[in-house]
Design a protein around this ligand. Structure first.
Ligand code: FES
Ligand SMILES: [Fe+2]
Length: 421
């Protein structure tokens, strides 16, 4: 590893800043993580209802196409021709019988197998492909595909464990709660380009500590408070996190505790009110009391319920200092028109200009700016909630789940440790 910084704590309470800025590390991530023993989120089944439906997506740096074939199978392959590498599919989504590369019209079926090579037999007895050329040897680079709860995942590696094991019991339970109990339908998409490293976003969604601090909207209007009940649950690899918060009636009486938590910041105004509070009064339609649940699955998937907003967030890294966040907003087949309207309203919490999440994008930008010209060798300090063991908590002000992310990142990247006290 070329890093100037070093990993110095086995509990991952220090993270060298180079991981966010070093182009060589970024290239290694594509090889060791996105093409490594992980399951990458590709799309949701409901986006491919018919034979021939396809979507274009990204796995790390790699363009990928996911298609539904005649045998009801889902297939994923690199969007790069087996002939001379051209990008084959340019549409974001659509329906096709086959995929033809624009350059020399090599043609592939919905499984990514090569089915046609123009002029393979020569023209007027001349030219053509050599006798040893066999189309079977020149299909597209296909991924392993696995599905759970309507989510389609792909892996370039044979080493990735069975998908359910990879997800872990908490993720399985949450996917069933959010995406299986009711049949999801896509309400729409948003994309956001955030000028920060993709791992900063992984930190952000595993960081309930910031929830009531960065997001003044949430605190001011009672969506999130430091007094709320909640916690985190991790899978056995510590890579996937489920964090959740529950708001109860008693939180309304906690103003003194909240004011104390903000003491010295000059940021808390208990008298602030919304002129039109409709946005914050949409009833929770799951009826289980969870105000916010964020399920983060290594390396690039987040399934978030924020009040009544349900969204799949997919990270598409674009370099050391840029990530595209692709949001798929979900409603449910069983929703009444009013419920759909409510979901459209609360969608304003999340997204590029969301009342809550615009600040997350800004926080990433500020970190990336802050570390760009920092003195070499620096590292993050992750000690909130304690150091040492990385384990579940029943409280929210913690950075333990971020350390869990880094432990798995470090292992998957095959990095070393120069332990210091
Ligand atoms: S590069 Fe695709 S057919 Fe030649
Ligand atoms: Fe946030």
């Amino acid at each position: 590893m070329s890093s100037k910084g070093q990993w110095t704590r086995v509990d991952f309470s220090r993270v060298p800043y180079d991981v966010f800025t070093d182009p060589q590390i970024y290239e290694q991530e594509n090889e060791r993580i996105f093409r490594g023993p992980v399951w990458n989120y590709l799309c949701h089944e409901s986006e491919l209802p018919n034979v021939g439906d396809f979507v274009s997506t990204w796995v790390g740096n790699t363009r990928v196409v996911v298609a539904r074939s005649r045998d009801e199978g889902f297939h994923a392959f690199e969007n790069s021709c087996a002939h001379r590498g051209a990008q084959i599919v340019t549409a974001v989504r659509g329906n096709a019988q086959r995929f033809s590369c624009p350059y020399h019209l090599w043609t592939y079926n919905l499984k990514g197998e090569l089915t046609g090579v123009p002029m393979a037999g020569g023209v007027k007895g001349k030219g053509g492909m050599p006798p040893c050329f066999d189309k079977k040897d020149h299909g597209l680079n296909v991924m392993r595909v696995a599905r759970f709860g309507g989510l389609i995942f792909g892996s370039f590696s044979q080493e990735a464990p069975p998908l359910v094991d990879y997800l872990g019991p908490h993720a399985v339970a949450q996917i069933e709660r959010l995406l299986v109990q009711r049949k999801p339908k896509v309400l729409g998409y948003l994309r956001q380009r955030i000028p920060g490293n993709w791992k900063l976003y992984n930190e952000n969604v595993r960081d309930p500590y910031h929830g009531s601090l960065l997001h003044q909207f949430q605190v001011s209007f009672g969506l999130q408070q430091p007094t709320m009940k909640g916690g985190i649950k991790l899978d056995k690899d510590l890579k996937n996190t489920w964090n959740h918060s529950i708001i109860s009636e008693s939180d309304k009486d906690n103003q003194a505790i909240v004011a104390q938590a903000y003491e010295g910041t000059g940021k808390y105004n208990p008298n602030m009110r919304m002129a039109d509070p409709a946005l914050t009064q949409v009833p929770l339609d799951l009826g289980d009391g969870y105000k916010t649940t964020i399920l983060s699955i290594f390396p690039s998937l987040i399934i978030a319920q924020v009040d009544n907003t349900y969204a799949i967030r997919h990270l598409r890294p674009k370099g050391t200092d840029l990530v595209e966040l692709h949001l798929t907003y979900l409603g449910f087949e069983s929703d009444t028109p009013e419920m759909t309207q409510d979901k459209m309203l609360t969608a304003n919490f999340i997204g590029p200009a969301g009342y809550i999440s615009l600040e997350d994008g800004e926080a990433l930008r500020l970190v990336q700016q802050g570390i760009r010209h920092r003195q070499p060798g620096g590292s993050e300090v992750l000690e909130m909630g304690g150091v040492g063991a990385i384990e579940d908590t029943d409280y929210l002000s913690q950075e333990i789940s971020i350390r869990g992310f880094w432990s798995h990142y470090h292992r998957t990247m095959g990095l070393g440790m120069k332990e210091q006290a």
